[in-house]
Write a protein that binds this ligand. Sequence first.
Ligand code: 7TS
Length: 419
Amino acid sequence: MSATPLRKPSADTAFDVERIRADFPILHNVRPHGKPLSFLDNAASSQMPQQVIDRIVRYETHEHANIHRGVHLLSTLATEAYEGARRSVQRFLNAKEDREIIFTTGCTEGVNLVMHGYGRKFIGAGDEIIVTHLEHHSNIVPWQMLCEEKGAKLRVAPIDDRGEVIQEAYDALFNERTKFVAISHVSNALGTINPVRRMIDVAHARGIPVLVDGAQAAPHIAVDVQALDCDFYAFSGHKVCGPTGSGALYGKAALLEKMQPFKGGGDMILSVTFEKTTFNTIPHKFEAGTPPIMPMIGLGAALDYLSAIGMDRIAAHEHALLEYATEQVSALDGVRIIGTAREKAAVLSFYVGEVHPHDVGTLLDEEGVAVRTGHHCAQPVMQRFGVPATVRASFAFYNTFAEVDALVEAIRKVQKLFG
Ligand code: 7TS
């Protein structure tokens, strides 16, 4: 066991995390097993500040109606709120135009939309799709389904023992059959930040479009889709302090226009006869039916909230938390950290001796520390590191160094119990 005194970086006070925490009612309302809550399961879903809750209440109490085509006041207000949220996403991602933002129910739907809209139209037998070994299942399975349907092939860029994609191996996967690349910006199981700009450049040198799964990046680092030059960028609202059922997909306008719709129905058409339907312009072509209006308005409010704090300040605070947690947890005897990439964000995955991660998670919960245990929907990552599961602590900007201390103390208790 480490005798290292717990050193708390000064970033804690500079950032005024307590003022931020005051915005999050759930952090104060819930005391698991009578203990203060240390919510370290943000990679699964982050919490919602009062500002977002208030925005949702305002919509439901003053603006609720169906959007588009309505002539009455409430429909106009709801449409303005919904389209305003689209502009919030555009600003957050620094997209060139708001029509490049498609609302989705989350990152999973964004990937599936591109698979159906782009993949099924432009990828055929013998073609190849490149992914990496550290993808979440939602950026593997849709591509596998497409490969199955079309007779295409999935190629996987390997990772090293740190959990970094081996760039030379990634480069070597490209050939004349390569038609698409789908890579995560940040790994949910390991926290690795991929050098996506570089990886996109390699693909673009061959004219190949790239989808970036940004589910674990959007909450933690400033994303600029124009600077990245990615063709698609997908993320989930519930991981950026917004509601579940919200999310967005960025796509370059020229590509979105070439794609086929994902779902058919109302709002995605310009005209319908039994002989022929003409589709609406983007983004509406991809938003069939009544969308989850309230969640998207909440998403817009959440992104405005994050932007007001500043993604660079958020990244700096979380980086300090991660460094502190890495130092403290790795100093514990018998604790193995899974994922030691040089560039990491907000995720600390580990194994405590021989104790099964589920047992660790249950015992941590008794101490008020909420972490996730399991394969994190990244089974290939678990296979690569030879473990069935990990304990994963994942941080948000409202977490404190004291919560890291609570995590470390709780792990010590687990170790004592298992001798
Ligand atoms: N991509 C990554 C990298 C993710 O981490 C997740 C969700 C998804 C895609 C899918 O997002 P969804 O909102 O559509 O489900 N990751 C996790 C996680 O790590 N624990 O719970 C969900």
